[in-house]
Design a protein around this ligand. Structure first.
Ligand SMILES: N[C@@H](CCC(=O)N[C@@H](CS)C(=O)NCC(=O)O)C(=O)O
Length: 201
């Protein structure tokens, strides 16, 4: 989403696995490979999804230059990852351990949806978490709900409706606002509209 919104030329590649594992800086994906010319020679290689996102958000001005304001957005992204990991961690557990971990995930989900809603209200329910323009926090939050409603259902059929139940009118307004932003046309046309999945019975 960050690269699409930045209107730069980019491609997504899926290296053969595990053959290409040893060729990645830390043995994992994602890896950002930046090239400035046509030469095919990378100028900059970066691993770690959080570092990549922050680097792109700062490079393309999706976070304010003020460090405190930027950190306020970035902390949301890190919270999103904690909730996502809580969901995936409980998938393969059994019985009581699974129930306990699922409980933790449910609690974290309620909390983060409350936080999103409070920030959105505080910003005048304008469809943006901070300021009046598309930001890193908007994209991260949109991607967070999209992951659960559209993709995580593949691993747990119930999670889509559990997450949909937590989507308040303010969060729905954020989702609509992100999807209506022309900067993200390429993302929405390729990956689909989350709002349709939320409103579907
Ligand atoms: N902390 C890393 C985790 C990277 C990671 O675990 N990537 C997974 C894919 S999402 C991977 O490369 N799995 C294949 C492997 O480790 O061989 C990040 O956030 O980028």
């Amino acid at each position: 989403m960050l690269l699409t919104a930045a209107k730069v030329e980019w491609v997504e590649e899926h290296p053969e696995w595990p053959q290409e594992k040893a060729n990645q800086p830390f043995g994992h994906l994602p890896v950002l490979v930046e090239k400035s010319g046509d030469e095919g020679c990378p100028d900059f290689i970066l691993s770690e999804s959080g570092s990549i996102e922050r680097y792109l958000a700062r490079t393309f001005n999706f976070v304010p230059t003020d460090l405190k304001q930027a950190a306020r957005q970035e902390q949301l992204r890190d919270q999103h990852l904690d909730v996502i990991l809580a969901f995936f961690n409980q998938l393969h557990m059994v019985d009581d351990a699974k129930k306990e971990k699922r409980g933790e995930f449910d609690e974290m989900l309620v909390k983060i949806a409350e936080i999103h809603t409070a920030i959105l209200k505080n910003n005048g329910d304008c469809g943006h978490l901070f300021g009046k323009e598309l930001s890193f926090a908007d994209m991260s939050t949109y991607a967070f709900y999209k992951l659960f409603v559209m993709y995580a259902v593949e691993f747990d059929a119930t999670v889509g409706s559990v997450v949909k139940d937590k989507i308040t009118p303010e969060i729905l307004n954020l989702i609509r606002t992100v999807e209506a932003n022309p900067m993200l046309d390429g993302h929405v046309s390729k990956k689909g509209r989350l709002v349709e999945h939320i409103l579907a019975k």
